[in-house]
Structures are given as C-alpha cells and as structure tokens.
Design a protein around this ligand. Structure first.
Ligand SMILES: NC(=O)c1ccc[n+]([C@@H]2O[C@H](COP(=O)([O-])OP(=O)(O)OC[C@H]3O[C@@H](n4cnc5c(N)ncnc54)[C@H](OP(=O)(O)O)[C@@H]3O)[C@@H](O)[C@H]2O)c1
Length: 326
C-alpha cells in the first residue's frame, strides 16, 4: 500500500510518500480502507520527530482517518460501514491514517452519520473533538453565556478555529487571539469571533500575580506565557481550559488566581476518552457544527504533499484544517 512513511536517516526523521508492505500493519479488530486523513500539528511534530515520540522506524503518522470497513472481527462493525478514527496512540506509537489502509479497534471507532461527508468528518477530526470536549468541560463547570467573554488563543489553528465556531454556535461572546491579525481578522469574525485581538498582548511575562478580569473563560492551545497570562486575566470563578502547548509546557503562574479569584484550570486529553463519552461528544459535535462555516476553513490536499505541508505547519504558516485525500 502507499503511505507517508517516516524513516530514520542520519539520526533524522524523514517523511516520504512511498510504498510499504501492508503486512507491517498492526493487529486490531477492524481493517479500514482510508478515504481521507488530516494533517494536525501533532502529525507534523511526529513526522520530524520533534518531541522524540517515535519508538520504532519505519513509522506511519496520521492521528485521524475516515473510510470504509474492509473486514472486522468485532460484531459492532460490518464490511462497507463508514467509520471515523481519532486517538489511542494511532499515528504516534501505532501505524496511523496517512495510508491507504489502517487498523483500529472496536472501542476507538465512531460510525459516521449518513449526512456527514468524509471531508466534513476530517474537517472536524481530533481538533474538533478536542474543542467539543473543552466546551463540554466549560459548561459542566458552570460557564454560561451571560458570564462574560470567552478567550480563544491560537485562533487560526485547528483547536482554536473549531472552538470559535462551536462557542459562537452556542451564543458565547468569543474573543479570538491571533498572530495573524492583519490577514485573518475578517476570517475569524466570519467563523464566529465577536472580537479579534493580537496575540502579542500575551507574549511578555509579567510580574503581576493578577491582571484585569477580562474573561469568564478561555480555551488555550498555545501554552507557555500565553496560558499564564490568560489565567491571570480570568474573572472571579472563571474557568480556563488547556489543550496544548505549541510554545512550551512551562507554566509561570502563582496560586493567586486560584485562591483569590477561585478560578479553575482544566486539562483536556482527547486521546483516552472512553467509548461512551467519546460517542456522546462526537454526536453533539456533528449536530452543533455549522458545516457551511466549517468548510470555509477546510483545504483538501493530496497525500503526496503532506511532508511539505507538515514542514510549513511547524514553521507556523498553516491556517485552518488540512484534509488529506488518500
Ligand atoms: N489535548 C488534546 O487532546 C489535544 C488535541 C489536539 C491538539 N492538541 C494540541 O493542541 C495544540 C494545538 O493544536 P492545533 O492542531 O490546533 O495546532 P495548529 O493548527 O498548528 O494551531 C496552533 C496555533 O497556535 C498559534 N501559534 C503558533 N505559534 C505560536 C507562537 N509562537 N506563539 C503564540 N501562538 C502561536 C497559531 O495561531 P495564530 O496564528 O492564530 O495565533 C497556530 O495556528 C498542539 O500542542 C496540539 O498537540 C491537544
């Protein structure tokens, strides 16, 4: 089969589009003919082994895929059924979806509703699922629309842009923070942001333990100083969600926001979400998303271009969702 295959060359990870023997696929309940995959930030980091996550070479990346069941040893899935996979280490420590075939397990797969296309399913992918989990947590912890503004950092990115779309569908007043203010403010408004601000505001460290109470909640995918500044700007009993750390995983914050303002900080890990919660989250996401708006942020690219696109993504030049045609 053809795939993006990462090989080690002179101590470096090198991704290429090439053939690989399908007998190398791992064991699992369900074999899937992949129609589309996606290119996520974490796929890009895996492709160049940025975080030293590859245990063994050759490796196939791709944390998201959608396609049709070829064969299944599970009673839950039958040949020809359309399924979607995210999570459980697929693409990290198991072969992933940037290939013509991929293996998944009963507990990990989601049946794709008939009215959702393969491209739409991959337009959502792990980042859509993560954004939905984040919003479910905000709500479960008491956030309501009247509480105030909700900040979304890394706004033009995958988690960021999906969070904006979903929060705005639910009627929240969303402030989008981006490094691409000049070129993407209009786009961010068109997908649901009510205000767009320059991420430079969150760039510098501050000695202040508390800042102005600007936000009732936030969804952050940037981490580092951005996250610590967002925490300091939460209002009394505000709720912050951390989903990723594009700029680093250190957190420079005192206990003042927690103790003096009673804020909460909640981490999301979409990878090991159990089946029941996984299904209810996905089906809420399918219902809530406005696919007409989502499609504005989707770009479909052929699998051959993935290594080049991944490099671009790591250099911070990527916008919206890249869906990969297999
Ligand atoms: N916890 C989970 O389960 C989970 C799931 C999915 C992803 N993640 C993680 O979440 C993070 C984001 O993933 P993604 O797929 O959304 O990535 P992405 O599409 O590359 O978006 C990241 C965004 O961060 C902003 N950014 C980039 N460099 C920056 C810098 N130097 N300073 C400040 N902002 C910067 C950019 O937005 P602007 O230009 O608009 O500022 C960029 O679009 C990653 O760490 C990923 O691994 C976690």
């Amino acid at each position: 089969m053809e795939a993006i295959v990462i090989e080690k060359e002179q101590d470096k990870a090198v991704p290429r589009f090439k053939s690989i023997d399908e007998l190398t696929l791992p064991k699992g309940d369900v074999l899937v003919k992949v129609n589309y995959s996606a290119l996520n930030y974490s796929d890009a980091t895996t492709m160049f082994n940025v975080w030293d996550t590859i245990d063994c070479y050759p490796h196939i990346p791709g944390i998201d895929f959608v396609g049709e069941v070829i064969s299944s040893s599970s009673e839950s899935f039958t040949k020809g059924e359309r399924v979607l996979h995210t999570s459980y280490g697929v693409g990290y420590n198991r072969f992933g979806g940037l290939a013509q075939k991929a293996v998944s397990n009963d507990d990990w797969l989601i049946k794709v509703p008939d009215d959702v296309s393969d491209i739409q399913a991959m337009g959502l992918g792990t980042v859509g699922f993560t954004a939905m989990l984040a919003i479910n947590e905000l709500e479960a912890n008491g956030l309501i629309q009247d509480d105030g503004k909700v900040l979304v950092t890394g706004a033009t990115g995958g988690v960021g842009s999906l969070s904006i779309q979903l929060l705005s569908r639910l009627g929240y007043n969303v402030v989008a923070s981006t490094g691409k203010l000049d070129s993407y403010a209009q786009y961010l408004k068109s997908i649901g942001a009510s205000e767009v601000i320059d991420r430079i505001i969150f760039k510098e460290k501050t000695q202040e333990i508390l800042e102005d109470e600007n936000y009732a909640g936030f969804i952050d995918s940037v981490g580092g100083i951005t996250l610590s500044r967002a925490i300091k700007q939460l209002q009394y009993e505000g709720i912050g969600i951390t989903t990723g750390f594009v700029t680093g995983n250190d957190l420079d914050v005192s206990l003042a926001p927690f103790v003096q303002r009673g804020i909460k900080l909640i981490g999301i890990n979409s990878v090991y979400t159990v089946k029941e919660k996984r299904e209810s989250t996905w089906y809420r996401l399918f219902k809530l998303i406005n696919f007409d708006i989502l499609e504005k942020s989707i770009r479909v690219e052929p699998i051959e271009k993935v290594p080049e696109l991944a490099r671009n993504m790591l250099d911070g030049h990527s916008v919206g969702r890249i869906v990969v045609r297999i």
